[in-house]
Design a binder for this molecule. Sequence first.
Ligand code: TXA
Ligand code: MG
Length: 348
Amino acid sequence: MGTYETKFWNVDEHHIDHSNEYILEAASLLKKQEVVAFPTETVYGLGADATSETAVERIFAAKGRPADNPLIVHLANKEQIKEVVEEIPDLAHPLIERFLPGPLTLIFKSNGSCARNVTAGLPTVAVRIPDHPVAKALLEACELPLAAPSANRSGRPSPTSAQHVYKDLYGRVAGIVDGGATGVGLESTVLDCTGEVPVILRPGGVTKQDLEAVIGDVEVDSALDNDQSQPKSPGMKYTHYAPEAPLWLIEGNLSFFQHQIDEQQRNGKRVGVIASEEHASSLSADQVQTCGSMQDLRQVAEQLYHSLRVFDPEKIDVILCETFPKEGMGEAVMNRLSKAATQKISQP
Ligand code: TXA
Ligand code: MG
């Protein structure tokens, strides 16, 4: 790896379609089984021809992703879903109507038309129709289903700008389409539709409440509920969404938070802080990054991955981040933060 002279195309997301010259150039690379990063409404994706095992293998190689983690298949429109799944169960139709295109990934039984390494050998396939003009133009231009994980090195925070992709994947991919910052900021909700009742496997851009308003009861994968409140031993490292410095979640009032900062600084550490705009100005540390408002968790979601990456070029030894209510988008925000954190410190 590290052998590509990565192409970088700057496109205007407001004036784009499948005949744009840069989109055509990116599409022609995709047709030659190369991998290209592109913006979606959630995060940047790293796309490759989902029907080609060789192309998909290049995604895993570029990201350093474990081969047993399946990829989402991105489609240009609803009609294409039929081309990759065995059948669309009845319960999914209202979801497709209401939420697609959009930040919802649906899991169906696969019809086997995608390459085996896309689904990691599973009998199911995850499909998504991104709601972003650049993603749409590229999908239309290449006329392929595109397997596309988030366009970060495995274990790093997902990219919400082309610069994030550049930092992680320059030299490892054929091209990057820069269509500006993404909107939602966290990945799509992954919903398993293969059983009687749909199950959320990953919270994301469409909340549980949004889904239940359309189809009634939705379950949440029990693995998502495991209690994170037990302090974990420092050094026990998750390999997801992680910034370069260790991230600690701080649950407690502002004076408890400040006490944690002071204690680390007394130990000679340079401390970074991620906090809501309501609380950031009350906290004193080596560097404080605001991350949206407690009153609007969609803002927090939008800014979260950028906030996690802000400290990478700085000499920061530890990042302390406040916790957010697990309501609405807060569910997805806390899911990502819990995975990124090496420990959580709660006020007794
Ligand atoms: O918003 C998004 O979903 C972004 C953009 C680029 O579309 N993509 C994304 O892909 O987040 P990735 O690979 O980072 O996450 C895909 C998730 C993983 O948690 C994977 O395990 C799950 O979807 N997944 C994919 N196929 C699956 C399947 N057949 N069964 C269960 N889970 C699946
Ligand atoms: Mg990812």
